[in-house]
Design a protein around this ligand. Structure first.
Ligand code: NAG
Ligand code: NAG
Ligand code: NAG
Ligand code: NAG
Length: 527
Protein backbone atom coordinates (compact mmCIF):
# COMPACT_ATOMS: atom_id res chain seq x y z
CA UNK A 1 0.00 0.00 0.00
CA UNK A 2 2.76 2.43 1.03
CA UNK A 3 4.69 1.45 -2.07
CA UNK A 4 1.67 2.34 -4.21
CA UNK A 5 1.41 5.79 -2.63
CA UNK A 6 5.12 6.28 -3.14
CA UNK A 7 4.80 5.29 -6.81
CA UNK A 8 1.87 7.65 -7.35
CA UNK A 9 3.85 10.40 -5.64
CA UNK A 10 6.92 9.83 -7.82
CA UNK A 11 4.66 9.74 -10.89
CA UNK A 12 3.06 13.05 -9.94
CA UNK A 13 6.37 14.76 -9.21
CA UNK A 14 7.95 13.62 -12.46
CA UNK A 15 4.90 14.68 -14.44
CA UNK A 16 4.45 18.09 -12.90
CA UNK A 17 7.79 19.37 -14.06
CA UNK A 18 6.38 22.54 -15.53
CA UNK A 19 3.09 24.42 -15.56
CA UNK A 20 1.28 26.39 -18.22
CA UNK A 21 0.63 29.98 -17.21
CA UNK A 22 -1.22 32.78 -18.92
CA UNK A 23 -0.31 36.38 -18.06
CA UNK A 24 -2.87 38.98 -19.15
CA UNK A 25 -1.22 42.35 -19.60
CA UNK A 26 -3.09 45.36 -20.93
CA UNK A 27 -0.45 47.77 -22.21
CA UNK A 28 -1.55 51.21 -21.04
CA UNK A 29 1.33 52.34 -18.86
CA UNK A 30 5.00 51.41 -18.64
CA UNK A 31 4.93 50.49 -14.98
CA UNK A 32 1.98 48.08 -15.36
CA UNK A 33 3.45 46.38 -18.42
CA UNK A 34 6.94 46.19 -16.92
CA UNK A 35 5.54 44.53 -13.81
CA UNK A 36 3.52 41.94 -15.76
CA UNK A 37 6.49 41.33 -18.06
CA UNK A 38 8.75 40.60 -15.08
CA UNK A 39 6.24 38.14 -13.66
CA UNK A 40 6.12 36.29 -16.99
CA UNK A 41 9.92 36.21 -17.19
CA UNK A 42 10.29 34.95 -13.63
CA UNK A 43 8.03 31.97 -14.46
CA UNK A 44 9.76 31.31 -17.79
CA UNK A 45 13.12 31.38 -16.05
CA UNK A 46 11.83 28.77 -13.59
CA UNK A 47 11.10 26.46 -16.51
CA UNK A 48 7.38 26.93 -17.06
CA UNK A 49 5.42 27.51 -20.26
CA UNK A 50 4.22 31.09 -20.20
CA UNK A 51 1.97 32.88 -22.66
CA UNK A 52 1.54 36.65 -22.40
CA UNK A 53 -1.72 38.07 -23.72
CA UNK A 54 -0.82 41.65 -24.49
CA UNK A 55 -3.87 43.88 -24.88
CA UNK A 56 -2.72 47.09 -26.54
CA UNK A 57 -4.70 50.02 -25.18
CA UNK A 58 -2.55 52.76 -26.66
CA UNK A 59 -0.48 52.33 -29.82
CA UNK A 60 2.44 54.00 -28.07
CA UNK A 61 3.08 50.68 -26.38
CA UNK A 62 2.68 48.63 -29.53
CA UNK A 63 6.35 48.08 -30.32
CA UNK A 64 7.84 47.88 -26.85
CA UNK A 65 8.82 44.48 -25.57
CA UNK A 66 8.24 44.10 -21.85
CA UNK A 67 9.62 40.57 -21.62
CA UNK A 68 13.16 39.40 -22.13
CA UNK A 69 12.80 35.63 -21.74
CA UNK A 70 9.14 35.00 -22.54
CA UNK A 71 8.69 34.71 -26.29
CA UNK A 72 5.14 33.38 -26.51
CA UNK A 73 3.18 36.61 -26.86
CA UNK A 74 -0.34 36.93 -28.24
CA UNK A 75 -1.37 40.47 -29.15
CA UNK A 76 -4.82 42.06 -29.18
CA UNK A 77 -4.59 45.28 -31.19
CA UNK A 78 -5.94 48.65 -30.17
CA UNK A 79 -8.68 50.46 -32.07
CA UNK A 80 -8.37 54.05 -33.27
CA UNK A 81 -11.02 55.10 -30.79
CA UNK A 82 -9.21 53.54 -27.83
CA UNK A 83 -5.96 55.05 -28.98
CA UNK A 84 -7.53 58.50 -29.18
CA UNK A 85 -9.04 58.11 -25.70
CA UNK A 86 -5.68 57.19 -24.22
CA UNK A 87 -4.02 60.16 -25.88
CA UNK A 88 -6.70 62.58 -24.69
CA UNK A 89 -6.36 61.32 -21.15
CA UNK A 90 -2.62 61.87 -21.24
CA UNK A 91 -2.82 65.37 -22.67
CA UNK A 92 -5.82 66.77 -20.81
CA UNK A 93 -5.88 64.80 -17.67
CA UNK A 94 -2.28 64.46 -16.64
CA UNK A 95 -0.89 67.89 -17.51
CA UNK A 96 -3.29 69.59 -15.10
CA UNK A 97 -1.76 67.82 -12.10
CA UNK A 98 1.27 70.10 -12.27
CA UNK A 99 -0.87 72.81 -10.74
CA UNK A 100 -3.85 70.96 -9.26
CA UNK A 101 -3.78 69.61 -5.75
CA UNK A 102 -4.98 66.15 -6.64
CA UNK A 103 -7.23 66.15 -3.61
CA UNK A 104 -10.22 63.93 -3.09
CA UNK A 105 -12.64 65.85 -5.29
CA UNK A 106 -10.15 66.51 -8.06
CA UNK A 107 -9.15 62.88 -8.50
CA UNK A 108 -12.72 61.56 -8.75
CA UNK A 109 -13.21 62.69 -12.39
CA UNK A 110 -9.99 60.91 -13.33
CA UNK A 111 -11.21 57.82 -11.59
CA UNK A 112 -14.60 57.92 -13.33
CA UNK A 113 -12.88 58.45 -16.65
CA UNK A 114 -10.71 55.43 -15.99
CA UNK A 115 -13.81 53.35 -15.22
CA UNK A 116 -15.44 54.50 -18.45
CA UNK A 117 -12.34 53.61 -20.43
CA UNK A 118 -12.20 50.25 -18.75
CA UNK A 119 -15.87 49.48 -19.62
CA UNK A 120 -15.27 50.59 -23.18
CA UNK A 121 -12.07 48.56 -23.33
CA UNK A 122 -13.98 45.44 -22.35
CA UNK A 123 -16.61 46.04 -25.06
CA UNK A 124 -13.84 46.46 -27.62
CA UNK A 125 -12.21 43.29 -26.37
CA UNK A 126 -15.48 41.34 -26.74
CA UNK A 127 -15.87 42.59 -30.29
CA UNK A 128 -12.32 42.09 -31.48
CA UNK A 129 -10.48 39.51 -29.44
CA UNK A 130 -12.44 36.30 -29.93
CA UNK A 131 -10.00 35.00 -32.59
CA UNK A 132 -7.16 35.35 -30.09
CA UNK A 133 -9.29 33.61 -27.46
CA UNK A 134 -9.94 30.70 -29.82
CA UNK A 135 -6.23 30.56 -30.59
CA UNK A 136 -5.39 30.38 -26.87
CA UNK A 137 -7.91 27.57 -26.42
CA UNK A 138 -6.16 25.41 -28.97
CA UNK A 139 -2.66 26.63 -28.15
CA UNK A 140 -2.16 24.67 -24.94
CA UNK A 141 -3.87 21.55 -23.67
CA UNK A 142 -4.92 23.69 -20.73
CA UNK A 143 -3.63 26.59 -18.69
CA UNK A 144 -3.04 25.85 -15.01
CA UNK A 145 -3.33 29.45 -13.82
CA UNK A 146 -3.85 32.98 -15.10
CA UNK A 147 -2.45 36.26 -13.74
CA UNK A 148 -4.13 39.61 -14.26
CA UNK A 149 -4.20 43.02 -12.61
CA UNK A 150 -6.90 43.03 -9.98
CA UNK A 151 -8.74 46.16 -11.11
CA UNK A 152 -8.57 45.30 -14.82
CA UNK A 153 -11.36 42.79 -14.83
CA UNK A 154 -10.98 41.63 -18.43
CA UNK A 155 -8.62 39.01 -17.02
CA UNK A 156 -11.46 37.47 -15.00
CA UNK A 157 -13.59 37.15 -18.15
CA UNK A 158 -10.69 35.46 -19.95
CA UNK A 159 -10.25 33.03 -17.08
CA UNK A 160 -13.90 32.03 -17.35
CA UNK A 161 -13.82 31.75 -21.12
CA UNK A 162 -10.71 29.56 -21.17
CA UNK A 163 -11.92 27.61 -18.12
CA UNK A 164 -8.64 28.14 -16.31
CA UNK A 165 -9.00 26.58 -12.84
CA UNK A 166 -6.87 29.06 -10.91
CA UNK A 167 -6.69 32.84 -11.14
CA UNK A 168 -4.13 34.98 -9.38
CA UNK A 169 -4.89 38.71 -9.13
CA UNK A 170 -1.83 40.92 -8.92
CA UNK A 171 -1.40 44.65 -8.52
CA UNK A 172 1.50 46.69 -9.83
CA UNK A 173 0.79 49.17 -7.01
CA UNK A 174 1.77 48.79 -3.37
CA UNK A 175 -1.76 47.78 -2.49
CA UNK A 176 -5.24 47.53 -3.89
CA UNK A 177 -7.61 48.63 -1.17
CA UNK A 178 -10.63 47.06 -2.84
CA UNK A 179 -8.96 43.73 -3.47
CA UNK A 180 -7.76 43.59 0.12
CA UNK A 181 -11.28 44.16 1.36
CA UNK A 182 -12.73 41.49 -0.93
CA UNK A 183 -10.39 38.81 0.39
CA UNK A 184 -11.08 39.82 3.99
CA UNK A 185 -7.94 41.78 4.78
CA UNK A 186 -8.37 44.50 7.41
CA UNK A 187 -8.44 47.92 5.72
CA UNK A 188 -9.37 50.43 8.36
CA UNK A 189 -9.22 54.05 7.18
CA UNK A 190 -7.50 54.80 10.49
CA UNK A 191 -4.17 53.49 9.17
CA UNK A 192 -4.57 52.62 5.47
CA UNK A 193 -5.01 55.42 3.00
CA UNK A 194 -7.59 54.74 0.35
CA UNK A 195 -8.20 55.08 -3.37
CA UNK A 196 -8.61 58.83 -3.48
CA UNK A 197 -6.21 59.77 -0.72
CA UNK A 198 -2.53 58.97 -0.52
CA UNK A 199 -1.44 60.08 2.89
CA UNK A 200 0.73 57.15 3.83
CA UNK A 201 -0.10 55.12 6.90
CA UNK A 202 0.57 57.78 9.50
CA UNK A 203 -2.19 60.38 9.34
CA UNK A 204 -3.07 63.40 11.42
CA UNK A 205 -6.65 64.14 12.48
CA UNK A 206 -7.56 66.14 9.38
CA UNK A 207 -6.14 63.48 7.08
CA UNK A 208 -8.06 60.77 8.90
CA UNK A 209 -11.30 62.72 8.45
CA UNK A 210 -10.67 63.01 4.70
CA UNK A 211 -9.52 59.42 4.49
CA UNK A 212 -12.64 58.15 6.25
CA UNK A 213 -14.92 60.20 3.97
CA UNK A 214 -13.05 58.93 0.96
CA UNK A 215 -13.37 55.38 2.21
CA UNK A 216 -17.17 55.58 2.25
CA UNK A 217 -17.24 57.55 -0.99
CA UNK A 218 -15.23 54.79 -2.63
CA UNK A 219 -17.77 52.25 -1.36
CA UNK A 220 -20.42 54.16 -3.30
CA UNK A 221 -18.42 54.94 -6.45
CA UNK A 222 -16.52 51.73 -6.92
CA UNK A 223 -18.77 48.87 -7.76
CA UNK A 224 -18.18 45.57 -9.42
CA UNK A 225 -18.42 46.16 -13.19
CA UNK A 226 -21.69 45.36 -14.86
CA UNK A 227 -20.18 43.14 -17.51
CA UNK A 228 -21.43 40.07 -19.34
CA UNK A 229 -19.29 36.99 -19.90
CA UNK A 230 -17.38 36.59 -23.15
CA UNK A 231 -19.20 33.42 -24.17
CA UNK A 232 -22.73 34.46 -23.25
CA UNK A 233 -23.94 38.07 -23.57
CA UNK A 234 -26.89 37.33 -21.28
CA UNK A 235 -24.79 35.98 -18.41
CA UNK A 236 -23.36 38.32 -15.77
CA UNK A 237 -19.63 38.14 -15.31
CA UNK A 238 -18.81 37.47 -11.67
CA UNK A 239 -15.83 39.56 -10.74
CA UNK A 240 -15.44 40.95 -7.28
CA UNK A 241 -17.66 38.41 -5.57
CA UNK A 242 -15.22 35.75 -6.79
CA UNK A 243 -11.93 37.24 -5.71
CA UNK A 244 -11.89 35.40 -2.42
CA UNK A 245 -11.39 32.19 -4.43
CA UNK A 246 -7.93 33.25 -5.55
CA UNK A 247 -5.39 31.14 -3.64
CA UNK A 248 -3.01 34.12 -3.48
CA UNK A 249 -2.88 37.75 -4.44
CA UNK A 250 0.45 39.37 -5.32
CA UNK A 251 1.16 42.99 -4.48
CA UNK A 252 4.03 45.25 -5.52
CA UNK A 253 5.09 46.28 -2.02
CA UNK A 254 8.17 45.28 -0.13
CA UNK A 255 8.02 44.89 3.67
CA UNK A 256 11.45 46.53 4.08
CA UNK A 257 10.42 49.63 2.12
CA UNK A 258 6.69 49.97 2.73
CA UNK A 259 4.72 51.06 5.78
CA UNK A 260 4.05 48.09 8.06
CA UNK A 261 0.43 46.97 8.08
CA UNK A 262 -1.64 43.85 8.75
CA UNK A 263 -1.74 41.45 5.80
CA UNK A 264 -3.37 38.05 5.32
CA UNK A 265 -1.16 35.08 4.59
CA UNK A 266 -2.64 34.84 1.10
CA UNK A 267 -1.26 38.28 0.27
CA UNK A 268 2.26 37.87 -1.05
CA UNK A 269 4.52 40.93 -1.13
CA UNK A 270 6.75 40.79 -4.17
CA UNK A 271 7.79 44.46 -4.39
CA UNK A 272 11.25 44.66 -5.90
CA UNK A 273 10.65 41.88 -8.41
CA UNK A 274 10.96 44.45 -11.20
CA UNK A 275 14.46 45.37 -10.06
CA UNK A 276 17.29 43.07 -11.02
CA UNK A 277 19.85 44.84 -8.85
CA UNK A 278 22.85 42.78 -10.00
CA UNK A 279 22.09 43.37 -13.66
CA UNK A 280 21.50 47.08 -13.03
CA UNK A 281 24.72 47.49 -11.09
CA UNK A 282 26.67 46.07 -13.99
CA UNK A 283 25.07 48.46 -16.51
CA UNK A 284 27.50 50.99 -17.92
CA UNK A 285 26.79 54.32 -19.56
CA UNK A 286 28.22 54.89 -23.04
CA UNK A 287 30.93 57.36 -24.03
CA UNK A 288 28.57 60.32 -24.54
CA UNK A 289 27.16 59.94 -21.05
CA UNK A 290 30.57 59.22 -19.64
CA UNK A 291 31.72 62.61 -20.90
CA UNK A 292 28.68 64.33 -19.41
CA UNK A 293 29.22 62.75 -15.99
CA UNK A 294 32.92 63.69 -16.03
CA UNK A 295 32.35 67.43 -16.36
CA UNK A 296 31.58 68.34 -12.75
CA UNK A 297 32.08 66.68 -9.35
CA UNK A 298 28.30 66.19 -8.82
CA UNK A 299 25.47 65.08 -11.12
CA UNK A 300 21.70 65.11 -10.64
CA UNK A 301 19.22 63.32 -12.89
CA UNK A 302 15.78 64.94 -13.22
CA UNK A 303 12.89 62.89 -14.59
CA UNK A 304 9.15 63.01 -14.01
CA UNK A 305 8.45 59.77 -15.82
CA UNK A 306 6.55 59.19 -19.05
CA UNK A 307 2.99 60.16 -18.13
CA UNK A 308 3.83 63.54 -16.66
CA UNK A 309 5.79 65.65 -19.08
CA UNK A 310 8.21 68.39 -18.03
CA UNK A 311 7.13 70.44 -21.06
CA UNK A 312 3.68 70.82 -19.42
CA UNK A 313 5.21 72.38 -16.30
CA UNK A 314 4.12 76.00 -15.68
CA UNK A 315 6.76 78.59 -16.65
CA UNK A 316 7.08 79.76 -13.07
CA UNK A 317 8.32 76.26 -12.06
CA UNK A 318 10.70 75.98 -15.01
CA UNK A 319 12.22 79.42 -14.49
CA UNK A 320 12.72 78.88 -10.79
CA UNK A 321 14.24 75.46 -11.32
CA UNK A 322 16.72 76.94 -13.79
CA UNK A 323 17.61 79.72 -11.35
CA UNK A 324 18.22 77.21 -8.55
CA UNK A 325 20.27 74.89 -10.76
CA UNK A 326 22.42 77.78 -12.01
CA UNK A 327 23.35 78.49 -8.40
CA UNK A 328 24.99 75.07 -8.05
CA UNK A 329 28.08 75.75 -10.14
CA UNK A 330 29.77 72.44 -9.45
CA UNK A 331 26.72 70.26 -10.24
CA UNK A 332 25.59 69.03 -13.68
CA UNK A 333 21.82 68.62 -14.00
CA UNK A 334 20.54 66.12 -16.57
CA UNK A 335 16.88 66.92 -17.24
CA UNK A 336 14.65 64.50 -19.15
CA UNK A 337 12.75 67.02 -21.24
CA UNK A 338 10.40 66.24 -24.12
CA UNK A 339 11.25 69.11 -26.45
CA UNK A 340 14.23 70.89 -28.01
CA UNK A 341 12.68 74.27 -27.18
CA UNK A 342 14.64 75.08 -24.03
CA UNK A 343 15.22 78.82 -24.43
CA UNK A 344 13.99 79.35 -20.86
CA UNK A 345 17.35 77.94 -19.77
CA UNK A 346 19.58 80.03 -22.00
CA UNK A 347 22.92 80.67 -20.36
CA UNK A 348 22.62 77.78 -17.89
CA UNK A 349 25.72 75.80 -18.83
CA UNK A 350 25.29 73.13 -16.18
CA UNK A 351 21.85 71.94 -17.39
CA UNK A 352 21.69 69.25 -20.07
CA UNK A 353 18.33 68.55 -21.67
CA UNK A 354 17.70 65.08 -23.09
CA UNK A 355 14.57 63.52 -24.54
CA UNK A 356 15.73 60.12 -23.41
CA UNK A 357 18.09 59.07 -20.63
CA UNK A 358 19.52 55.65 -19.69
CA UNK A 359 17.89 55.98 -16.26
CA UNK A 360 19.00 52.74 -14.64
CA UNK A 361 22.58 52.93 -15.94
CA UNK A 362 22.79 56.48 -14.60
CA UNK A 363 21.36 55.47 -11.23
CA UNK A 364 23.90 52.67 -11.04
CA UNK A 365 26.79 55.05 -11.78
CA UNK A 366 28.65 56.19 -8.67
CA UNK A 367 29.13 59.65 -10.21
CA UNK A 368 25.40 60.34 -10.13
CA UNK A 369 24.85 62.06 -6.78
CA UNK A 370 21.05 62.20 -6.62
CA UNK A 371 17.81 61.61 -8.50
CA UNK A 372 15.06 64.23 -8.71
CA UNK A 373 11.87 62.29 -9.48
CA UNK A 374 8.07 62.25 -9.32
CA UNK A 375 8.12 59.13 -7.17
CA UNK A 376 6.58 56.58 -9.53
CA UNK A 377 6.72 53.15 -7.93
CA UNK A 378 9.11 51.79 -10.58
CA UNK A 379 11.62 54.56 -9.91
CA UNK A 380 11.18 54.35 -6.14
CA UNK A 381 11.97 50.63 -6.23
CA UNK A 382 15.03 51.18 -8.42
CA UNK A 383 16.25 53.94 -6.13
CA UNK A 384 15.82 51.74 -3.08
CA UNK A 385 17.78 48.84 -4.52
CA UNK A 386 20.52 51.03 -5.99
CA UNK A 387 20.87 53.12 -2.82
CA UNK A 388 20.69 56.60 -4.34
CA UNK A 389 19.51 59.63 -2.38
CA UNK A 390 16.54 61.36 -4.01
CA UNK A 391 14.47 64.48 -4.11
CA UNK A 392 10.88 63.29 -4.43
CA UNK A 393 8.30 65.58 -5.95
CA UNK A 394 5.03 63.65 -6.28
CA UNK A 395 2.40 64.98 -8.68
CA UNK A 396 -0.52 62.65 -8.41
CA UNK A 397 -2.15 59.54 -6.96
CA UNK A 398 0.13 56.85 -5.54
CA UNK A 399 3.25 58.98 -6.10
CA UNK A 400 2.37 60.87 -2.94
CA UNK A 401 2.26 57.70 -0.93
CA UNK A 402 5.39 56.28 -2.58
CA UNK A 403 7.31 59.43 -1.69
CA UNK A 404 6.28 59.26 1.95
CA UNK A 405 7.11 55.58 1.99
CA UNK A 406 10.65 56.13 0.73
CA UNK A 407 11.49 59.32 2.61
CA UNK A 408 10.62 57.49 5.85
CA UNK A 409 14.00 55.77 5.44
CA UNK A 410 15.81 59.12 5.68
CA UNK A 411 17.68 58.67 2.39
CA UNK A 412 15.50 61.10 0.47
CA UNK A 413 13.55 64.33 0.82
CA UNK A 414 9.96 64.89 -0.25
CA UNK A 415 8.98 68.34 -1.55
CA UNK A 416 5.65 69.62 -2.73
CA UNK A 417 5.26 70.37 -6.45
CA UNK A 418 4.15 73.87 -5.47
CA UNK A 419 7.60 74.40 -4.00
CA UNK A 420 9.10 74.09 -7.47
CA UNK A 421 8.49 77.82 -7.73
CA UNK A 422 10.04 78.65 -4.38
CA UNK A 423 13.76 79.45 -4.69
CA UNK A 424 14.69 78.95 -1.06
CA UNK A 425 12.82 75.69 -0.47
CA UNK A 426 14.04 74.03 -3.64
CA UNK A 427 17.60 75.23 -3.16
CA UNK A 428 17.83 74.11 0.42
CA UNK A 429 16.34 70.67 -0.40
CA UNK A 430 18.79 70.16 -3.24
CA UNK A 431 21.65 71.37 -1.10
CA UNK A 432 20.81 68.89 1.66
CA UNK A 433 20.39 65.93 -0.66
CA UNK A 434 23.71 66.73 -2.36
CA UNK A 435 25.93 67.76 0.52
CA UNK A 436 24.46 66.27 3.72
CA UNK A 437 26.05 62.84 3.69
CA UNK A 438 23.50 61.23 5.98
CA UNK A 439 21.09 60.91 3.03
CA UNK A 440 23.53 58.94 0.93
CA UNK A 441 24.41 56.78 3.93
CA UNK A 442 20.79 55.98 4.75
CA UNK A 443 19.95 55.25 1.11
CA UNK A 444 22.91 52.87 0.97
CA UNK A 445 21.78 51.21 4.21
CA UNK A 446 18.34 50.50 2.74
CA UNK A 447 19.90 49.05 -0.42
CA UNK A 448 22.07 46.74 1.71
CA UNK A 449 19.02 45.51 3.66
CA UNK A 450 17.22 44.74 0.41
CA UNK A 451 20.24 42.88 -0.87
CA UNK A 452 20.06 40.59 2.16
CA UNK A 453 16.27 40.37 2.38
CA UNK A 454 15.54 36.89 3.82
CA UNK A 455 13.14 35.81 1.04
CA UNK A 456 13.74 37.35 -2.37
CA UNK A 457 10.65 38.71 -4.17
CA UNK A 458 11.21 36.57 -7.27
CA UNK A 459 11.58 33.40 -5.23
CA UNK A 460 8.43 34.19 -3.24
CA UNK A 461 6.51 34.82 -6.43
CA UNK A 462 7.59 31.68 -8.30
CA UNK A 463 7.09 29.36 -5.32
CA UNK A 464 3.61 30.63 -4.62
CA UNK A 465 2.68 30.54 -8.31
CA UNK A 466 3.78 26.90 -8.46
CA UNK A 467 1.95 26.03 -5.26
CA UNK A 468 -1.21 27.63 -6.64
CA UNK A 469 -0.95 25.76 -9.95
CA UNK A 470 -0.41 22.49 -8.10
CA UNK A 471 -3.06 22.75 -5.38
CA UNK A 472 -5.56 25.27 -6.76
CA UNK A 473 -7.90 27.12 -4.42
CA UNK A 474 -6.90 27.41 -0.77
CA UNK A 475 -10.11 27.52 1.28
CA UNK A 476 -7.99 27.18 4.42
CA UNK A 477 -6.53 30.63 3.75
CA UNK A 478 -9.93 32.23 3.25
CA UNK A 479 -10.37 34.69 6.11
CA UNK A 480 -13.90 34.96 7.44
CA UNK A 481 -13.45 38.68 8.05
CA UNK A 482 -14.77 39.24 4.54
CA UNK A 483 -18.22 37.88 5.42
CA UNK A 484 -18.57 39.85 8.65
CA UNK A 485 -21.00 42.75 8.81
CA UNK A 486 -20.01 46.17 10.18
CA UNK A 487 -21.54 45.47 13.60
CA UNK A 488 -19.92 42.05 13.99
CA UNK A 489 -16.51 43.26 12.87
CA UNK A 490 -16.55 46.25 15.22
CA UNK A 491 -18.04 44.15 18.04
CA UNK A 492 -21.02 46.51 18.26
CA UNK A 493 -23.34 43.62 19.18
CA UNK A 494 -20.97 42.53 21.93
CA UNK A 495 -20.56 46.09 23.21
CA UNK A 496 -24.34 46.60 23.33
CA UNK A 497 -24.84 43.27 25.08
CA UNK A 498 -22.10 43.80 27.68
CA UNK A 499 -23.06 47.41 28.30
CA UNK A 500 -26.71 46.41 28.82
CA UNK A 501 -25.61 43.76 31.25
CA UNK A 502 -23.48 46.19 33.26
CA UNK A 503 -26.27 48.77 33.26
CA UNK A 504 -28.73 46.11 34.39
CA UNK A 505 -26.48 45.01 37.23
CA UNK A 506 -25.93 48.61 38.36
CA UNK A 507 -29.67 49.35 38.19
CA UNK A 508 -30.47 46.20 40.16
CA UNK A 509 -27.89 47.12 42.77
CA UNK A 510 -29.35 50.62 43.05
CA UNK A 511 -32.86 49.21 43.47
CA UNK A 512 -31.70 46.66 46.05
CA UNK A 513 -29.69 49.23 48.02
CA UNK A 514 -32.61 51.64 47.97
CA UNK A 515 -34.92 48.90 49.21
CA UNK A 516 -32.49 48.05 52.03
CA UNK A 517 -32.00 51.71 52.97
CA UNK A 518 -35.76 52.27 52.92
CA UNK A 519 -36.49 49.25 55.10
CA UNK A 520 -33.72 50.28 57.50
CA UNK A 521 -35.17 53.79 57.68
CA UNK A 522 -38.67 52.42 58.40
CA UNK A 523 -37.22 50.14 61.04
CA UNK A 524 -35.34 53.01 62.69
CA UNK A 525 -38.48 55.19 62.70
CA UNK A 526 -40.47 52.40 64.35
CA UNK A 527 -37.77 51.97 66.97
C1 NAG B 1 5.31 23.25 -22.63
O1 NAG B 1 5.45 23.49 -24.00
C2 NAG B 1 6.09 22.45 -24.71
C3 NAG B 1 6.26 22.91 -26.14
O2 NAG B 1 5.12 23.48 -26.63
C4 NAG B 1 5.26 21.17 -24.59
O3 NAG B 1 5.93 20.11 -25.24
C5 NAG B 1 5.07 20.84 -23.12
O4 NAG B 1 4.21 19.73 -23.01
C6 NAG B 1 4.47 22.02 -22.38
N1 NAG B 1 4.41 21.72 -20.96
C7 NAG B 1 3.29 21.47 -20.32
C8 NAG B 1 3.41 21.25 -18.84
O5 NAG B 1 2.21 21.41 -20.88
C1 NAG C 1 5.57 49.54 -34.86
O1 NAG C 1 6.34 48.78 -35.79
C2 NAG C 1 5.75 48.65 -37.06
C3 NAG C 1 6.56 47.69 -37.93
O2 NAG C 1 7.87 47.59 -37.47
C4 NAG C 1 5.60 50.03 -37.70
O3 NAG C 1 5.00 49.94 -38.98
C5 NAG C 1 4.75 50.91 -36.78
O4 NAG C 1 4.70 52.22 -37.29
C6 NAG C 1 5.33 50.95 -35.37
N1 NAG C 1 4.37 51.64 -34.51
C7 NAG C 1 4.70 52.57 -33.62
C8 NAG C 1 3.60 53.19 -32.84
O5 NAG C 1 5.85 52.91 -33.45
C1 NAG D 1 30.06 72.55 -4.46
O1 NAG D 1 29.36 73.71 -4.12
C2 NAG D 1 28.74 73.72 -2.84
C3 NAG D 1 28.02 75.01 -2.65
O2 NAG D 1 27.32 75.39 -3.78
C4 NAG D 1 29.77 73.50 -1.77
O3 NAG D 1 29.15 73.39 -0.52
C5 NAG D 1 30.56 72.25 -2.07
O4 NAG D 1 31.63 72.12 -1.14
C6 NAG D 1 31.15 72.28 -3.47
N1 NAG D 1 31.76 71.00 -3.72
C7 NAG D 1 32.90 70.86 -4.44
C8 NAG D 1 33.42 69.49 -4.60
O5 NAG D 1 33.46 71.82 -4.94
C1 NAG E 1 14.65 58.42 10.31
O1 NAG E 1 14.95 59.50 11.17
C2 NAG E 1 14.06 59.64 12.26
C3 NAG E 1 14.39 60.91 12.99
O2 NAG E 1 15.77 61.02 13.21
C4 NAG E 1 14.14 58.40 13.14
O3 NAG E 1 13.25 58.50 14.23
C5 NAG E 1 13.79 57.17 12.30
O4 NAG E 1 13.93 55.98 13.06
C6 NAG E 1 14.66 57.10 11.06
N1 NAG E 1 14.15 56.04 10.21
C7 NAG E 1 14.89 55.05 9.76
C8 NAG E 1 14.21 54.03 8.90
O5 NAG E 1 16.07 54.96 9.98
Amino acid sequence: MNLLILLIFVFLISNISGFNYLVVSPAFGHSHSTFMGKLADALTEAGHNVTVLSIIVSSKFRNISYTKLTKDIVVVETTNEQDQQAENMENNDFSRYWTQEGTLLETIPSYLMFTKMSDHGYETFRNHALPQMEYLKSHRPRYDAVFFESYLHTGKAIQEYLEIPVFLPVTSLTHDYRLAELIGEPVSPSYLSGYFTNFGNIMNFQERVINTLSYYLAQILISSPNWKTLQDPSKDLLVESEYYRAPYVFINSNPYIDFPRPLLSKTIEIGGITVDADALKSEKVDETWNNILKRRPHNVLISFGTMFKSIHMPDSYKNNMVKVMKSFKNVTFIWKYESEETSFANGAENIIFKKWTPQTALLADSRLSAFFTHGGLGSVNELSYLGKPALLCPLFADQVRNSKMLSRHNGSIEISKFNLESYNTLRSALHSILFDESYAENAEKLAKKLEFQPAKPKELFVRHAEFAARFGEQPALDCNLRTMGFATYHLLDVVVCLTSFVVLVILSLVVIIRKIVQSLAIKMKRD
